[in-house]
Design a protein around this ligand. Structure first.
Ligand code: ADP
Length: 320
């Protein structure tokens, strides 16, 4: 039998993220930017960058097109990720983030290109090929126009057939419609969990009960991330409550993606669940220390892991 050793990451709708820093942002006037910092972005690419920093080269799939797509391909090669993106005729999107001197942010997000059946077929041929060697598949972010709303369910079922652990980090309807596909792990934050469980969450107990309803639907592990308050992971046997120390966070955007990267890396390396959770939280915390999204430092990770506490107890209600 073939040994599966690869970590593969899907980003359907990557972007060039352009950060403009201005003194003041005024609607209806000419603005001069003091600082522009373009980066290859999209949730899955953030995950890939962090996995790469942890020491593993991930294989990256999705769609790229046009001038912007070439720019991202170039960046991917510079970083050292394995590029298996499908080329399309449309133009990959640009997302703008304009920050004034008080830190007030205004974002302009393009929708991205539309894919056709031929593009999808090419992607699926590549996915089937890559899954033969993949142990863990992470899919992060929104679907692209042209893909059916239930497309992540199709990806999940394919993973299931091929013995691949599927980690899905998306939101709204595309997540809801994938819940039937034996997913290994989802990582809703509080808002996403409220949407999925159709209930308000005001406490840890509420979060545990809401996550439990998703375990009952067939998800193997539900991990609820709670920013500075850490994380809770639930499976049919146990509840893991993760307590993290307080840090001086600068920019937690991308901390969710970083924690997915840490978790996926741990699963790839056969870490037990508690070790996966420590690494996931340490990655999320490290990312929060820097302006750049999808950026961690290994020294931070080693330090933070010693201060993260996990309280494990039985998931009693499910066992009754
Ligand atoms: P998302 O970006 O998906 O909403 P979170 O904001 O919950 O995800 O962040 C994921 C993880 O990153 C958290 O569980 C935590 O470990 C870490 N993290 C995020 N924000 C902070 C913060 N302000 N201070 C410390 N750790 C943080």
């Amino acid at each position: 039998m073939r040994t599966k050793l690869m970590l593969t990451i899907i980003t359907f709708n990557p972007s060039i993220d352009r950060l403009y820093k201005l003194d003041t942002f005024e609607v209806g006037s000419v603005q001069r930017a003091n600082f522009v910092n373009p980066t290859a972005g999209g949730k899955g690419l953030n995950v890939a960058k962090v996995v790469n920093k942890l020491g593993e080269t991930p294989t990256c799939l999705g769609f790229l097109g046009g001038f912007n797509g070439s720019y991202i391909e170039n960046e991917i090669e510079k970083i050292g990720l394995k590029n298996e993106f499908t080329k399309i005729d449309g133009e990959t999107r640009i997302c703008l983030n304009i920050i004034d001197k008080n830190g007030v942010s205004t974002e302009v997000l393009e929708k991205g290109p539309i894919v056709n059946e031929e593009n999808i077929k090419k992607f699926e041929d590549k996915l089937e090929e890559v899954l033969k060697d993949t142990k863990v598949l992470v899919a992060s972010g929104s679907l692209l126009a042209g893909l059916p709303k239930e497309y992540y369910s199709k990806v999940g079922k394919l993973c299931n057939d091929k013995g691949v652990k599927f980690i899905l980090d998306t939101s709204g309807q595309s997540l809801e419609l994938a819940l039937d596909s034996n997913i290994y792990l989802i990582k809703p934050n509080q808002d996403e969990l409220e949407y999925l469980a159709k209930s308000k969450i005001n406490s840890k107990e509420d979060a545990i009960n809401a996550a439990r309803s998703l375990i009952d639907k067939g998800i193997e592990n539900v991990c609820v991330s709670m920013g500075k308050d850490g994380m809770i992971l639930l499976n049919k046997d146990n509840v893991y409550e993760v307590e993290i120390p307080t840090i001086d966070a600068l920019n937690p955007v991308g901390s969710g993606d970083s924690s997915i990267a840490g978790f996926a890396y741990g699963v790839l390396k056969n870490y037990d669940l508690e070790e996966c959770l420590k690494l996931a939280n340490a990655c999320g915390m490290s990312n929060a220390l820097y302006m750049e999204t999808g950026h961690i430092k290994l020294d931070d990770i080693e330090k933070f892991k010693n201060y993260i506490k996990i309280n494990k107890h039985k998931n009693s209600k499910v066992n009754i």
